[in-house]
Design a protein around this ligand. Sequence first.
Ligand code: MF3
Ligand code: CO
Ligand code: CO
Length: 273
Amino acid sequence: MNHQNLLSVTRELLKPSTRQGIVLLSARELDKMRQVGKLAANLLKHLEPMVQPGVSTKVLNDEAERWMQAHGAISATLGYAPPGYPPFTGSICTSVNEVVCHGIPNSKQILKDGDIINIDVTPILNGYHGDTSRTFIVGNPSAVARKLVAVTQESMMRGIAEIKPGARVGDIGAAIQEYAEANGFSVVRDMVGHGVGRQFHTEPQIPHYGKRGSGLKLRPGMVFTVEPMLNEGTYNLKFLTDGWTVVTKDKKLSAQFEHTVAVTEEGVEILTL
Ligand code: MF3
Ligand code: CO
Ligand code: CO
């Protein structure tokens, strides 16, 4: 799949939602999002000690699937098939080193000392989606890997800190991009944050780069993800032939963190802490 296609495929991912437009969640719905957000965060916490050299990404996947079932939730990713994509076969995404996102768990993929791995989980509980991810370091990675992971997490938090009623979507991207580039990393353009709630991927789109004061004005009740992907080298991407896995074009490292957040009257609430 070439770069041109990648852009349209990314739009496709958001297409089912465009029928609905931007949804403002009621207090009751926000409470459901809080519940599933907490569950998603707890799942990452549960998996964290398993992230060690020698474990396969399939073992992480299967434990996540078991845990979600045990907590009355189902995986939003398993069987997920937006237009133009084959059904996703994982209960979570596991994106190692140069994999930017949407890595498919595989019993032959064994974590080794020095790897970095993003684990992205999206349980559905009572009809609502909680979407969160973190990049874990395996054993003793290089200095640049550790810096990339730390800068990516901080860039996400700086993006989230911009969120309040009246702020603009561009303020989020600008804060992320400024911090990433000041630290010598690039921000992925072709993958964006997204509205989330009853649907997995809905409006609005949240780019992780941009200009302050531009874009959609934020309003209380909006719920969306902030999920910057930062690359060691170029921000350009490549799709693998499995139809899902996205890698850096130059095969250098990529890291990602993701929270689901709600715009509140006071500012912002992180639902996946
Ligand atoms: N959780 C991812 C996101 O942050 C989407 C994964 S879709 C999958 O939007 F099918 F690849 F799992
Ligand atoms: Co996610
Ligand atoms: Co997401």
